[in-house]
Design a protein around this ligand. Structure first.
Ligand SMILES: C[S@@+](CC[C@H](N)C(=O)[O-])C[C@H]1O[C@@H](n2cnc3c(N)ncnc32)[C@H](O)[C@@H]1O
Length: 322
């Protein structure tokens, strides 16, 4: 239950949250670079009061939209590559939540830059989208010689969207499996044109389903804001969690991030609040307290730092209570 988001911590969120909650007495946390909110959502599930903040106004608007009002009907409409490009170039011509929706749900690898599908697949993907979302099979005829129309018409006539999605997925897999034995040359030609993968995986709907989980969040324990991390007001007993853009990566989520300035800020705020930071490397006075290597969990201390590898997630800690 989070926004499918670049650098999201969905896979390790529960381990992170359990780790922090065993070390801290406070039940208030500020997730200052919350991104897709996977960590915030997990803290809420563990009974924390959460201040979720991010500087990306589109993503925050999307989260507020879904949490407060659910998924709007327009999120089920097809977004073409041309529309996507227009949103990338003119993000402020649209409502901020819609821009956030298009940039996250419809981008390749959640990059917020590149369209989800290659141009050669767009027609087939759209046809599949229309079957599943609107029960409309008519676009299939534009890309095939009608050999599979009856099957797809039948799937399109099914009652609900989820049923249609699962049926299309199963149909695609069945056809794929049987293709060598029972399909003739024309059918194989047709399948090539149709492309099975677009019909069996409707990524944008899978992502939408993940996003819709945000509706179930307990909002009594949540405050969402869109500020620079330094401007968020921190309650006295609050734990701070910072999932910063990694220093060694080039991806800086559109907003440049000054790591040295951030270290200085932690040194200051860490006089009154315990601070946890997700990063690969930090200056020496930040203590490495948790290392997650693939699926295994290794607790470390300062002298046991390991060689950097990309499948290691690390958590640092700073609290200078004098
Ligand atoms: C690694 S991502 C966070 C991912 C998030 N934990 C999740 O699970 O989806 C880093 C986030 O830092 C945010 N960010 C960058 N600079 C910021 C700033 N100065 N203040 C607040 N947030 C910032 C980016 O917008 C981005 O969403």
């Amino acid at each position: 239950m989070s926004v499918p988001y670049l650098g999201n911590k969905q896979k390790i969120a529960s381990t992170l949250v359990e780790f922090i909650s065993t070390r801290e007495k406070s039940k208030t946390i500020a997730d200052l670079m919350c991104g897709g909110m996977s960590v915030s959502a997990e803290f809420i599930n563990h009974g924390f009061n959460v201040i979720a903040n991010d500087i990306n106004k589109y993503v925050v608007a999307l989260e507020k939209q879904v949490i407060e009002q659910g998924i709007p009907k327009e999120y089920y409409d097809w977004v073409s590559s041309d529309k996507f490009k227009d949103v990338v170039v003119n993000p402020d011509n649209y409502e901020p939540h819609y821009t956030g929706y298009v940039l996250t749900i419809w981008s390749f690898g959640n990059s917020m830059d590149y369209y989800l599908f290659g141009l050669d697949k767009e027609d087939a993907k759209r046809a599949a989208h229309e079957i599943v979302v609107n029960g409309d099979w008519s676009l299939i005829d534009d890309i095939t010689n009608h050999l599979f129309t009856e099957d797809l018409k039948y799937i399109a006539s099914m009652f609900d969207m989820n049923q249609r999605r699962l049926a299309l997925n199963k149909w695609g897999k069945d056809v794929e499996k049987s293709s060598k034995d029972i399909l003739d040359k024309d059918m194989l030609e047709d399948l090539k044109r149709l492309q099975l993968e677009p019909l069996t995986r409707i990524q944008q709907l899978e992502r939408l389903q993940q996003l819709s989980g945000l509706q179930d969040i307990n909002t009594n324990n949540l405050t969402v804001s869109n500020k620079d991390y330094k401007d968020v007001e921190l309650p006295e007993d609050c734990i701070v969690y910072c999932d910063i853009p990694y220093r060694r990566d080039r991806t800086h989520y559109k907003t440049p991030f000054n790591h040295d300035e951030f270290y200085e800020w932690v040194r200051e705020i860490g006089k009154t609040h315990p601070v946890y930071i997700s990063e690969y490397e930090m200056p020496d006075e930040f203590e490495l307290v948790l290392e997650l290597e693939k699926r295994s969990l290794i607790n470390t201390n300062r002298n046991e730092r390991k060689v950097n590898t990309s499948d290691v997630e690390r958590l640092f800690y700073y609290f200078d209570k004098k």
